[in-house]
Design a protein around this ligand. Structure first.
Ligand code: PSU
Ligand code: MN
Length: 309
């Protein structure tokens, strides 16, 4: 195969051509972040949530070496169910294409591909960030560096609480990634409503986020990403005591099993899902469905701004 151009799902191609709202979705959450068999069902629910709010979902991934924006149901099923799906960051895309791999795109890779495709809004669960032992391991997700140079709005529930949240916020500042709370000035911790850090900015409507995107574009000055931090309501978060216990346990198991690098995040998420008997899974699903809904409303507002311009 020598045609490595991005392939667009028909509906996504048409929506982009017509200027209709489109929301990018990642596939790593499906293949590596959620347990089978729920993952496929949840992947479809995420797309449904985007549609229900008036936008077209564009789930991004790689199938047999072909990068696809807007996976169809058979492709989504393949990435959710076959073994050996690679976890692809930006640096892996070309190698995976040339070797004909099946791959799921992380926040980093999905953001980069979406921006290249002209999609401005992306929904996920929680970003990658600085790992707790980063001072020794240097383990910092490529999500951060990629967002620094990618003009996309990512709706997420902050960064995963398995990370060093304070260090991650410092790195986001250094890298020049915008961070706004959605109706909050506290940075969320994924499973937890509040990770314990203040934010400088808060926005209170999809239209206001759309205005941020318009302002960025019209200025032509800041070309990096914008994180829209969308916390779960307190009564929907994972019980904080259960969370802290599970995390302590998970970090000890990580060390015992010698897990490092890109395996760390999937390992800890899987530990949460099994150790909490599905409670963390239910929370994870609520997070992503809420984010998909908000991202779609932002994409709708942004499309209306463009049409009016
Ligand atoms: N958010 C979730 N579940 C996930 C991830 C994020 O709710 O599985 C994935 C994203 O794809 C993110 C990746 O980019 O975890 C981060 O991995 P790492 O720390 O290895 O960069
Ligand atoms: Mn890492």
């Amino acid at each position: 195969m020598t045609n490595f151009h991005i392939r667009y799902g028909a509906e996504v191609a048409e929506a982009l051509r017509a200027g209709h709202p489109v929301v990018a979705l990642e596939s790593t959450i499906v293949s590596h972040g959620l347990p089978r068999p729920d993952n496929l069902h949840v992947a479809r629910q995420i797309e449904r949530a985007v549609r229900d709010a008036g936008a077209v979902p564009a789930t991004i991934g790689m199938v047999g070496g072909r990068l696809v924006v807007g996976l169809d149901d058979a492709e989504l099923t393949r990435l959710a169910t076959v073994d050996g799906v690679a976890k692809l960051s930006v640096r892996d895309l070309a190698v995976a294409a040339a070797t004909g791999a099946d791959g799921a795109t992380t926040v980093a890779a999905t953001s980069a591909v979406a921006a290249a495709a002209g999609i401005g809004v992306f929904a996920t669960g929680g970003l990658g960030g600085v790992h707790r032992e980063a001072a020794q391991t240097f383990d910092e997700s490529a999500d951060l560096m990629t967002l620094a140079r990618t003009p996309i709005a990512v709706v997420c529930a902050g960064v995963k609480s398995i990370l060093d949240v304070g260090a991650t916020l410092e790195r986001l500042e250094t890298l020049g990634v915008g961070v706004v709370g959605y109706r909050t000035r506290r940075f969320p911790g994924f499973y937890l409503t509040d990770a314990g850090f203040d934010l400088d900015w808060s926005v209170d409507s999809p239209e206001q986020v759309a205005d941020v995107l318009v302002a960025r574009e019209q200025h032509g000055v800041h070309r990096g990403g914008l994180i829209v931090a969308h916390p779960l309501p307190v009564d929907e978060q994972l019980d904080p005591a259960l969370h802290d216990r599970t995390l302590t346990e998970g970090l000890a198991l990580l060390e015992r099993d010698g897990v490092t690098g890109k395996a760390v995040t999937p390992y800890l998420l899987a530990h949460f899902h099994s150790a909490t008997q599905g409670a963390s899974l239910a929370v994870n699903v609520r997070i992503i469905l809420r984010n998909a809904d908000l991202a779609a409303r932002i994409a709708v507002a942004a499309a209306a701004r463009r049409a009016a311009a």
